[in-house]
Design a protein around this ligand. Structure first.
Ligand SMILES: Nc1ncnc2c1ncn2[C@@H]1O[C@H](COP(=O)(O)OP(=O)(O)OP(=O)(O)O)[C@@H](O)[C@H]1O
Ligand SMILES: [Mg+2]
Length: 214
């Protein structure tokens, strides 16, 4: 079973230390909340796990791979096949249709393996049934957040890093997002959710806090 293992991690920006000697393990089939005050380093830590930033010291393993030791090609395959990201700012292609954003998720699987019906089913799961042809820039923030989730449902990555995935959502849609992240976890994914929301924390089975680490 896959895990993310962080050992003795430290990260600073200039003189500002975000965390040091941070060690934890994130298990598959669980829903893990990453909490901490605004500015405590939640997004930075997810970025270090997701190959977008690097630790000052310490190690991160995702499954059998040591994240900081991956070569270019291994990084490419890890992003393509194993990593799923829900960013604080959605990271959709704004000037494209919803379905074109979902196609990004299938690059890994080859076009033929995933059909339009899979896109329709994923959109229905996130409450966006029949919205595949709409332009992303015309959607609300919460709708865009749910398109990002539909993309994860199609991709089914082993490691899911969700940064404030319910930040733009009302309580009912937050429940939808949490339910789907939990389902992906139950199917075997490692799921880490950075959040300020007590609703999200109480839906999670595990918690890592970045408070009191400085
Ligand atoms: N590239 C960077 N260069 C310099 N400082 C940075 C950089 N990225 C983040 N920081 C700083 O590191 C701190 C942690 O930022 P981060 O975005 O990880 O916090 P966060 O816990 O995700 O906060 P929030 O809950 O507001 O999203 C902040 O003070 C931020 O300004
Ligand atoms: Mg953040």
């Amino acid at each position: 079973m896959s895990e993310i293992i962080v050992s003795h991690a430290a990260k600073s920006f200039k003189q500002r230390q975000l965390f040091s000697d941070l060690s934890f393990r994130v298990r598959a089939k669980r829903l893990t909340a990453l909490t901490g005050a605004s500015g405590s380093g939640k997004s930075t830590l997810l970025n270090c796990i997701g190959l977008l930033d690097t630790l000052d010291s310490g190690t991160i393993h995702a499954g059998s791979s040591r994240v900081s030791r991956m070569g270019k090609e291994q990084q490419r395959l890890f992003r393509r096949d194993a990593l799923g990201y829900m960013f604080q700012n959605y990271a959709l292609i704004e000037n494209a249709r919803v379905n074109q954003n979902l196609e990004v998720a299938v690059a890994a699987k080859g076009r033929r393996a995933v059909k339009m019906a899979d896109f329709d089913a994923a959109l229905a799961r996130v409450g966006l049934k029949g919205r595949g042809n709409e332009q992303v820039y015309s959607l609300s923030g919460g709708e865009q957040q749910r398109v990002a989730l539909a993309r994860l449902i199609i991709k089914k990555p082993s490691f899911i890093l969700a940064d404030e995935p319910t930040g733009a959502l009302d309580a009912a849609n937050a429940e939808v997002v949490l339910g789907e992240l939990d389902r992906l976890a139950q199917e075997g994914a490692v799921v880490m959710v950075a959040t300020h929301s007590p609703q999200v924390v109480s839906a999670c089975t595990d918690m890592i806090s970045l408070d009191h680490l400085r």
